[in-house]
Ligand binder design. Structure first.
Ligand code: NAD
Length: 432
């Protein structure tokens, strides 16, 4: 099929490339000319495992352009995958989505399906339909369908090719049939429903996951107080199939471009409708506090960070991505800098993006070893495999004061027995 995808971020580009890999002819549209130029060379502008390879294998079926008109005018299906960031009041900013809708309305010359993949508040697809009918330049039929995305950054290609489910929210048989055809070579359970339910499935799923994390984090905080071990507790919980053993990791809170904004957007939507989702509100509050958990722990060892050398391992919001949006490091490092610390940081893929925010204030290191040298304290914000695989005695050998504050429980406690290292993690006994 002839498909256009608006937006080449984590969702749009992965969707476009995966659709091409299934035999569709895909034109990816972005407003960023630099990005488009890079993609034309078969290179992904974002870090996502396996994406470059899949792009290169399918370049014959992929086109990259800023010329939206030529991309949309005769496409059978147009996916919208642009950002829906958070506004100051917590609601979703739909201006990027509407800009694309406007561009589609002025470009389409044939009957087509516009598929909203961006995460949008319940009722948005209906509003887009009204807008489209009022603004269409040519007399053609445009169907609006909701097809929310569930991929996770770091495993986005795999998640798309082996989706847990494909949700299609449509009001016309035409849209349903076309989307079933788009996805006919994808082996995944299909949930076909109306548009509002599809929009709600996305928020309800993401917010449930955020809630699960905040719940485990609160249990972890209590474990520390009452002398239980969160790793054993969650292992014991996970055997219950009703709970499941996934997404039970305690830590310094969730980040990224989705959970923070999607919890706030649903909470905002509830209040807008004179309703309240208490559980989600609580999840948000718990997460805000959790992000500062390591800083609070650090005050046990040092009154403040002035004159100290602080080592930071991991800058991104999770491993496998170069994305910094809502990363816990972003709220912790400013406190260290403000105190007057010398901050040395390591991250295998996040440094380029971090340099855009802190070009000079932080010393970026090429290795974990260089980062730890002469440090007075070490913060672990991201559980990169390189960190998890490190022999803990390296901390002892290189740091001036071997104090590790681990926000991701990267190591077993046994590893620190008689090590002379202070190891303070989440929801577990402090060693040393
Ligand atoms: P992103 O910020 O990585 O990418 C958005 C892209 O859209 C950018 O490249 C931007 O230049 C481009 N863009 C902006 N206006 C445009 C226009 N008029 N025409 C064409 N391109 C335009 O965003 P993302 O992380 O891929 O998220 C996109 C949507 O998918 C959001 O609604 C998000 O909530 C949802 N989502 C994201 C994830 C994720 O893990 N990132 C997962 C599921 C759903």
């Amino acid at each position: 099929m002839k498909i256009a995808v608006a937006g080449t971020g984590y969702v749009g580009l992965v969707t476009g490339v995966c659709l091409a890999s299934k035999g569709h002819q895909v034109t990816c549209v972005d407003v960023d000319e630099k990005k488009v130029e890079i993609m034309r060379q078969g290179i992904s502008p974002i870090y996502e495992p396996g994406l470059d390879e899949l792009m290169q294998q399918n370049m014959l079926r992929l086109t990259f352009t800023v010329d939206y008109e030529s991309a949309y005018k005769d496409a059978q299906v147009i996916f919208i995958g642009v950002g829906t960031p958070e506004k100051k009041d917590g609601s979703a900013n739909l201006s990027y989505v509407y800009k694309v809708v406007e561009q589609i309305a002025e470009s389409v010359e044939r009957e087509c399906v516009v598929v909203v993949k961006s995460t949008v508040p319940i009722g948005t697809n209906d509003k887009i339909e009204t807008y489209m009918i009022e603004h269409l330049k040519n007399n053609v039929r445009v169907h609006i369908a909701s097809n929310p995305e569930f991929l996770a950054q770091g495993t986005a290609v795999h998640d798309t090719l082996h989706a847990s489910r494909i949700v299609i929210g449509a009001e016309s048989d035409y849209a349903k049939t076309v989307l079933e055809k788009v996805y006919e070579n994808f082996e995944a359970p299909k949930v076909i429903t109306n548009r509002r339910s599809a929009e709600m499935i996305k928020y309800a799923s993401n917010d449930f996951l955020a809630l699960k994390i905040s719940y485990v984090n609160e249990i972890a905080n209590l474990c520390e107080i009452v002398g239980a071990d969160i790793e054993d507790v969650t292992r014991g919980m996970g055997f219950d199939a009703r709970i499941g053993d996934k997404f039970l990791n305690s830590g310094i809170g969730y980040g990224g471009s989705c959970f923070p904004k999607d919890t706030k957007a649903l909470s905002w939507l509830a209040s807008f409708n004179d309703n309240e989702i208490k559980t989600i509100k609580a999840a948000i509050e718990v997460n805000e506090n959790q992000k500062f958990k390591l800083i609070k722990k650090a005050r046990k060892y040092y009154e403040d960070f002035s004159g100290l050398t602080v080592a930071v391992l991991g800058l991104t919001f999770k491993p496998g991505t170069d994305d910094l949006r809502e990363a816990p490091s972003l709220v912790n490092i400013p406190i260290m800098l403000e105190d007057g610390a010398r901050v040395k940081a390591w991250d295998p893929v996040g440094v380029q993006n971090y340099k855009k925010i802190y070009p000079e204030e932080i010393e970026y290191c090429d290795s974990i070893q260089e980062t730890l040298e002469n440090a007075d304290i070490c913060f672990i914000f991201t559980e990169w495999p390189e960190v998890k695989q490190l022999d803990v005695m390296v901390y002892k050998a290189l740091m001036r004061h071997p104090i590790i504050l681990d926000g991701r429980n990267c190591y077993k406690l046994d590893a620190f027995a008689n090590s002379g290292i202070i190891y303070d993690s989440i929801g577990r006994e402090t060693i040393g």
